[in-house]
Design a protein around this ligand. Structure first.
Ligand code: KIV
Ligand code: ZN
Length: 515
């Protein structure tokens, strides 16, 4: 039997963006999409065009900029949703419309309030409408794993008859198990009319920690597309992680029926770091493949084995995922080239002006710190470069604080270039700075979380501050880095406010996404 290809469908920009705090601005999405294209995925789901003007613009811009993978836009079966998706994708080199409707009795009765017959009509109409716009149409039966199997066969048969080319079987609530999912995929492949003309796809959520295992089990049963996200981000407990799917297949191709992907594994680490930097959500240290400890051997017996022969305890190498081997990177004598090369390894492809700006910031930091680590570089780029359309910019800060004095902060803030100042006192210097910023921006958002950590080790380490804000239903995370943690705190707060501003500008066209 010859090896068969598994298509990798990346939904970091759509389902991934539905993780709390992970909403991204347009520029952030384009930056990430470029790296995900470099990763070599087959399809990028760029968003949900009917959800808001912002989503529409994001899908359109990604479709314009990213030419190698297919670009998918998600939509419900509503005619207006399909129209919006078709319009956003009209500039794409390889457009795909991805339409979905729920098929479980629970969803049909309580959410859609539709009968089975009505759902079947919707599937037929929506897929035909989508085929009127593009040749590549994916249909998803939301909550498939809690749907009646006979009904699912009817639904997917209707979708193929109407022209769907990919049939997606989502485990929307992360409920299934590997053995059960295997049987479901096999059942559908054997019973759906026209199954041989369509690609079966899987989309697993991680509520029980089984998203990757379920996806791989489905591959063994004949699924040929896997939907996943970088670092496994996504709604609730997240989606199947692309790096885990790809490295499982690369390391054990025979275990899943002799399959391969076209993903360039050496781009995995850069993609993971870039996403983490862009959304401000760290990767847990023991995360498979990309976590800080994924290749660290602590026990003496393991270290001894690895030194004698790496294969004793290592089933893959850090180099295979593009993880830089030398963590200690640059110092004040490092030149532009070394700087640019290391940024590229971390997933940052900067234009000339951004590169100059980042390099200047690096030189200033190198004067204060003896050695500059990867994490310092990520902090510089995320802090200064990954933003172009910010409304607010932090100017100068003066702080009075100590055991005898009431903490007081005078903050200068630029609002679309116009300087404003406020002085406030507070319960500590960070509180005083936040109060002043609040006064100047008149924000009504609530501070949900505040975290400070050292970017690297050493007394001269930069402080990395993360601020989570909630405004209405939207939560965002802002990050700021500086050798002074009060300045880093101010930057992180202003960054989070800028993200909220960006999302506010995107007029919402529909009620909550309802996925
Ligand atoms: O989880 C899910 O069911 C989805 C679909 C829209 C594919 O995200
Ligand atoms: Zn999902």
């Amino acid at each position: 039997m010859s090896s068969e290809k598994i298509r990798i469908f990346d939904t970091t920009l759509r389902d991934g963006e539905q993780s709390p705090g992970c909403s991204m601005t347009l520029d952030e999405k384009v930056t990430l999409a470029r790296q995900i294209e470099k990763l070599g995925v087959d399809i990028i789901e760029a968003g949900f065009p009917a959800a808001s003007d912002g989503d529409f613009q994001s899908v359109r811009t990604v479709a314009q900029e990213i030419r190698n993978p297919s670009i998918a836009g998600l939509c419900r079966t509503r005619p207006g949703d399909l129209e919006a998706a078709a319009k956003a994708l009209e500039v794409a080199a390889k457009p795909r419309i991805h339409t979905f409707i729920a098929t479980s009795d629970i969803h049909m009765e309580h959410k859609l309030r539709m009968t089975r017959e009505r759902v079947l009509e919707e599937v037929d109409r929506a897929v035909r409408q989508a085929r009127g716009y593009v040749d590549d149409v994916e249909f998803s039966a939301e909550d498939a794993t809690r749907s009646d199997w006979d009904f699912l066969v009817q639904v997917f048969s209707a979708a193929t008859a109407a022209g769907a080319t990919t049939l997606n079987v989502p485990d929307t609530v992360g409920y299934t198990t590997p053995a059960e999912y295997y049987k479901l995929i096999k059942h559908l492949r054997e019973n759906v009319d026209g199954a041989d003309k369509a690609v079966f796809s899987v989309h697993c959520h991680n509520d029980l920690g089984l998203a990757v295992a379920n996806s791989l089990s489905a591959v063994a049963a004949g699924a040929r597309q896997v939907e996943c996200t970088v670092n496994g981000i996504g709604e609730r407990a997240g989606n199947a992680a692309v790096e885990e799917i790809v490295m499982s297949i690369q390391t054990r191709p025979e275990a899943f029926g002799d399959v391969y992907t076209d993903v360039k594994a050496e781009e995995i680490y850069a993609s993971s770091r870039l996403l983490s930097t862009v959304v401000g959500v760290p990767v847990q240290p023991n995360k498979a493949i990309v976590g800080e400890n994924a290749f660290a051997h602590e026990a003496g017996i393991h270290q001894d084995g690895v030194l004698k022969k790496a294969i004793t305890y290592e089933i893959m190498t850090p180099q295979s995922i593009g993880r830089p081997s030398n963590e200690l990177v640059l110092g004040k004598h490092s030149g532009r080239h070394a700087f640019q090369d290391r940024l590229a390894e971390l997933g940052f492809q900067l234009g000339k002006p951004e590169l100059e700006q980042a390099f200047a910031r690096f030189k200033t930091l190198a004067d204060k710190k003896k050695v500059i680590y990867n994490a310092d570089l990520e902090a510089i780029v995320s802090d200064e470069i990954l933003r172009t359309d910010d409304r607010f910019k932090l100017g100068n800060l003066v702080i009075i604080s100590g055991t005898f004095a009431t903490a007081t902060a005078t903050v200068e803030l630029f609002d679309d270039g116009e300087s404003m100042k406020a002085t406030c006192s507070g319960d500590g210097p960070v509180d005083a700075v936040f109060k002043a910023i609040k006064e100047l921006t008149k924000t009504e958002s609530k501070l949900l979380a505040y975290e400070v950590k050292a970017v690297t080790e050493g007394m001269d380490a930069q402080g990395d501050v993360s601020v989570k804000l909630l405004d209405g239903e939207r939560s965002v995370i802002g990050q700021g880095a500086h050798t002074d943690i009060i300045v880093a705190s101010g930057k992180a707060y202003v960054r989070a406010l800028n993200k909220l501003e960006w999302h506010k500008k995107q007029h919402s066209l529909m009620e909550p996404k309802g996925i």
